[in-house]
Design a protein around this ligand. Sequence first.
Ligand SMILES: Cc1ncc(C[n+]2csc(CCOP(=O)(O)OP(=O)(O)O)c2C)c(N)n1
Length: 609
Amino acid sequence: MNLEDIKNPKFLKDLNLTKLNELSNDIRNFLIDNISKTGGHLASNLGVVELTIGLHKVFDSPKDRIVFDVGHQSYVHKILTGRAKQFSTLRQFEGLSGYQKRSESEHDHWEAGHSSTAIAAISGFEVTRKMKNETYKNIAVVGDGSLNSGLSFEALNFLGHSDLAPIIILNDNNRSISKNVGRLNKLLNNMRSSKFYAYAKKSRRKLPKFIYGLKVRLANMIRGFANNITIFDEFGFSYYGPIDGHDLKAVIKFLKIAKNRNKPIVLHFVTTKGKGYLPAETDIDGSWHGVGPFDRVNGNLISKNKENYLTWSNIISEYIYNQAEINDKLKVIVPAMIVGSGLQRFQKDFPEKIIDVGICEAFSVCFSAALSEEFDIFLPIYSSFLQRAYDQVVHDLTRQKLKVILGIDRAGIVGGDGDTHQGIYDIAFLKHIPNIEIIQPSNKEEAWQLLDYAFKYTDKSVAIRYSRNLVKNTSFNKYQAITKPTWKEFNQDGDVNLICYGDNFTRMHNYIKKHKLRINLYNAMFIKPMDTITIDKIISLNKKTYVLEDVTKISGLGSSILEYLAENDKHLDIKILGLPDEFIDHGAQDKIYQKYNLDEESIIKTILK
Ligand SMILES: Cc1ncc(C[n+]2csc(CCOP(=O)(O)OP(=O)(O)O)c2C)c(N)n1
């Protein structure tokens, strides 16, 4: 069928199993075709095609509320709720969001992007429903990776002893982005490999529908009598599963059971991530979780990487790899982002030096703080995900004067992931904490200099920021040590000063050089503590000074300079250029910069006006 004709999911009520299976094929084809052009979360969405069709067949959205955890696997839901036409704009500036978005559709009741909020969200929805004496259903679709997080468990803990009737759909594909980790994963593995599941899967095609359903129910009863209790039973939920999440007949059968229950229920579906597209289905390290454009025939990525350019994650992980060769005490702690952090090679070659703790950012910081008594810890974490661990940075790490090096990846504007993932608050939420320093390199050599500084020359915790942009792969033999907070100065005898850091320094430096502009440029590699000797020099020049942020204007480097001036009764005519006090949507970085007059031309226009 033409998926672009779908207005809402009502049409599903009239489709029989054969038609529904045909629809699954059409949707898979559509996903592969579209995502091969735009990029996006291919594997996760291919895995939930039947589940999402089943949900919309059995339930009545938008009255019944379907919340997808993270929301990266909500593409099928978007198609079934009338958004197929917009897929060519997926994750692009002013286009379709890659996550559920309340402003996009009445079928999106909750927004996420960060994991493990869905069960907590439907807890709130359930209390409201009950209070209003309504009968609609609140459904959380959560992956086995996202179930690992404390937030999911806090919600299970709340719901399990309530008189509410939440429905939890566990989408268990035995993967987070990389291989899933931890005891819960082991428990799910045991459940998945239970004899009953294997038998039911084998025999389901031979059995009439009602007998198959009865068998699962019977098995659950026997399980109960035999005291073969699952973690979900212990939490106070009725548990049904494991169920083959690609068998539409079974999916619909069990969703109907859930619909008719008035108690907390977990349906445990087993699915295959990447189902229906071989490269994604056989992916081992997680590269097909989120992909860029690719050739659908051979599965080759259409690389946008420019020759001789590297990602920041690769530059940083290369340094850490070298550290591992010389430093016996090095340990790398990763909250579920081995691939994103560029650590596959490190994991392969130094498995004993790296620990993936799963999607548990708060735990990762507390755990690292304790480990740091004995080890040198590098903890790469995306800027926006560190928001989850703010208290651990304050309470557990810095307050106790412990030292961990935080690799703040995806700092600044991130592009397609949008508002939930923008790395534009970390300077604000870190700079007021004692015992932590914030640094940012603008090229590869500086990255090594600053990492050396972090490991060797300071006893404080360090947050080293880097973006998701590409960086020139410059070679260097020896480099000078940086042993104290230092900024670099490129004085052009200009009438105005521009202070920037990181990629902003590089792009403004290139632009100013190319256009031979007389602007004095400063590379503020140390955001905290600042290089006050250089600041005093800038003050003595007594020229209009601009500070360019890659974060929100509020509470960035510029505001630190203003505080320094106020504190020391010094004066300088300063203007801060940065992102406004609003959430910044998805879209390519250059489009976002243009929107906020932060592209090179607009910046120079502002400065020279
Ligand atoms: C707080 C937080 N940490 C990390 C991520 C990055 N992330 C996005 S999806 C994902 C894996 C989720 O696994 P699972 O819930 O099993 O879903 P699947 O994609 O396997 O269906 C991770 C780690 C995130 N979105 N939020």
